[in-house]
Design a binder for this molecule. Sequence first.
Ligand SMILES: [Zn+2]
Length: 270
Amino acid sequence: MRFIPRSPEEGINVSKEHPLVEAGTLIVGIGLIFAVIAVTLIFLVEIAIYFIPAEKEVALFEDWMPTDIVVVAEGDERSQAVDAILKRLSRHYPDSPYTFRIAIDDSEFMNAMALPGGLIVLTAGLLDAVKTENELAFIIGHELGHFKNRDHMRALGRGVVLGILFVAISGSGAGSNYGASIADLALRGFSRSQEASADEFGLGIVHKEFNHVAASWRFFERIDEYDGDFLKLMSYLSTHPSPDNRVDALIMLAGKNGWSITGELTPVGW
Ligand SMILES: [Zn+2]
């Protein structure tokens, strides 16, 4: 039998798929691979947190202060006042492995943050808007709740993972800057359930301190009605639940736990 060579059919090197569909499949595929890597790494971070006891975290971050925070001058009257409130509140969380400390960031933006090692950062803009110790106690108590659940470490891990992936995707240089800001955002934002859990812990601390939770959410009502420079509010709103839903949820929490919502308020001393 003789072999008779035939010329191949036209177009065997051209895919039957439209090139745009092929490009789309490739992009979606790569995206999926990165998403799977991100989810896996974030899961590993969750596991790692069990192996980094809070005591080790405290030792690692004992004197740490993020470089973008400008701490107000020593002896500032607000520092002394918030330190005193923090001391009173942390008595109600006696099994904490942290020695909490507060730094006041001299920024006009309003924000409160829980950072590794037991550091709570409150901005001067937030303290300007706070009128009573009851409100301040809830704001600080809420951050204590993030430490209790170690949300700040989860967020730190998530931020590192996202930062690394972003640099991997975009290459070095400009990418690493974006990576850093994404890491920063992830570090400072918590999920809705983390926020709700921190709110419950915080309100419980307020109840233990004052024997009522009256007006501890007044700060959120005030910023909800705020008609000043919206930018000052932005950083707070980007990292915390929206004020109106939050007040409703807090009032419900008080009802559920039988915490009184009337009582004497103590104005802040500055
Ligand atoms: Zn929070």
